[in-house]
Design a protein around this ligand. Structure first.
Ligand code: GTP
Ligand code: MG
Length: 187
């Protein structure tokens, strides 16, 4: 039998990416609907109640900070996540390069054969103009790493595409594009 959609009753979203790309700012911008000027290294885990999420499912949002967490804690969070938002900064090419040289290989090692979807997130679009879009670079990465479900450019500062980013993450868990096969009972 092929079941379309997922049976999950909650969604756990983990944000990863290099230092300074804006992970904590993205989370706090979503929650407060304004750009926080001063952010801690790591936001507390946030639970969004079902009635304010587009899919009506409680959603946990988890931040990561190399400053405050060990490698073991990172791997533990990776295994607990239902979807990972992999963030780079569109104004810093090195953070985009590290997506393919560091983060995606790390995830393949940490959760081999996993169907944990990944959302590729280019943050800080307020700092660049339309011509400098990283879309074509992102498309190339997506061809090489099919575990990337979707791509979005956004800005924690201007709030552009912030709710979309979290909606894409939620949707990738609740409505995966790959079908889920459930073995039929034979007895
Ligand atoms: P770590 O916790 O050190 O891993 O960094 P982080 O990824 O959580 O980044 P953080 O949210 O601390 O942001 C780093 C810096 O970038 C801060 O000075 C933010 O104000 C700034 N910043 C974050 N998002 C944006 C954005 O969309 N646009 C601009 N212009 N600046 C941003
Ligand atoms: Mg942070």
């Amino acid at each position: 039998m092929v079941v379309r959609g997922s049976l999950r009753k909650n969604v756990r979203i983990l944000l990863l990416g290099d230092r300074g790309v804006g992970k904590t700012s993205l989370i706090l911008s979503l929650v407060s609907e304004e750009f926080p000027e001063d952010v801690p290294f790591r936001a507390e885990e946030i639970t969004i109640p079902p009635d304010v999420t587009p899919e009506m499912v409680p959603t946990h949002i988890v931040d990561y900070s190399a400053q405050e967490q060990t490698e073991d804690q990172l791997l533990e969070e990776v295994r607990r996540a239902h979807v990972i938002c992999l963030v780079y900064s569109v104004d810093d090419e090195r953070t985009l390069l590290r997506i393919t040289t560091h983060w995606l290989p790390l995830l393949r090692d940490a959760i081999p054969h996993s169907r944990c979807p990944i959302i590729l997130v280019g943050n800080k679009v307020d700092l660049t103009n339309e011509d400098d879009s990283t879309l074509s670079a992102a498309q190339e990465i997506m061809e090489e790493f099919p575990e990337i479900e979707s791509f979005v450019e956004c800005s924690a500062k201007s709030l552009r595409n912030i709710s979309e980013m979290f909606y894409f993450a939620q949707k990738s868990v609740l409505h995966p594009t790959a079908p889920i096969y459930v073995a039929e009972k034979t007895d």
